[in-house]
Design a binder for this molecule. Sequence first.
Ligand code: ADP
Ligand code: GN1
Ligand code: MG
Length: 368
Amino acid sequence: MDVLKLKRIAGEFFPGKAVSSIVPFGEGHINDTYKLGLGGTGEAFILQRINTKVFSNPLGVANTHLKIQEALSGQYHPLVIARLVPDSAGNPVHFDQDGNAWRMTSFIDNSVTIEVVKEPWQALEAGRGFGWFNKICHSLDVTRFPEPIKDFHRLSFRIRQLDEAINRDAAKRLITVLDLVKFYKDREQSLSLIEEMTDQGKIPLQVVHNDTKINNLLFRGRKAAAVIDLDTVGPGIIHYDYGDALRTGGNTSNEDEQDLENVDFNMQAFEAFTRGYMEQVCNIITKAELDNLHLAPRLMAFIMGIRFLADYLNGDVYYKTAYPGHNLDRSKVQMKLIECMEAREAQMKATIDNALAALSEGRNTSND
Ligand code: ADP
Ligand code: GN1
Ligand code: MG
């Protein structure tokens, strides 16, 4: 998008102020993100064109952001979320003449994202960061939060979407991916328990983030500093957040790595993340949630794997892609992660149990 147009949009939020810079920013797959610098003050902001093909109700998304902002106000928190900046008329989203939806948020200064976890402290802090987010949302009334994308992490819905993509074969690519399709079809029953327990009310629906990819957490120094990308916040289960953070933070390589030899599930990162996460949620997590938590990273890898594959078959219509096989590469990475997690299922369960046991032991000792 040309800079003049972007500056015009920025002017809708900061009338009369000079924009000193405006550059594309970050690695998101959905929205168009720009970092904006204001002349004079040197203050920075994030300007985003919300992808309205994905988020059909951008105002609903902004209202959810405001509710989280309100829930956090008036109290100290170890992490923050970006602050929504209204346009000059007071609207949380600005619609331009072409119907594009624009949002401005504060820039989290001196922060970085991590695409691949390299050191255990990063995983520990990520666990604390996303655990904190789950903890603060736990007490919110889930019925007041709409679903930004219907059935976003409903496994049966994603399986149906893959089946439709297979039947349509819109991009005529099916013939080239039969083995990968078989990999996913062979496993589609293996993770259905979590959806069943949720539908039966055994796993509680609550307000969760729903997109806890590791690059949706900002670090400052050696600490998790902010949880960002709140577009998907709404009803869900903690398995989605714990699982999505680990299918990304536990991956030894990038989400689009082409050499699968480099893709492994990092058990050290898994252990450290789980420790940080449990520190935060140990007082709110239920037995039913815990029973299947070790399957959550696999569930999320499976859901993303079939979403990438369906998008590949559909001709790359949903995710941003840089080359024709990009979605296919992403789907293969999820396949490799699923294989690693299947082989380590018992170890994953034990790691979660141990993290909790160590916490309650620590508490008992400190009570002595
Ligand atoms: P998408 O939905 O497309 O993933 P995000 O909201 O995650 O969009 O933004 C994309 C990237 O922009 C993030 O991964 C992060 O690097 C950067 N980013 C977004 N918001 C902020 C912010 N408030 N402060 C600093 N960086 C940000
Ligand atoms: C998208 O917006 P971003 O890039 O953080 C997607 C997630 C996927 C992720 C895969 C709204 O997340 O569900 O896990 O890509 N978000 C949406 O990289 O579809
Ligand atoms: Mg993002």
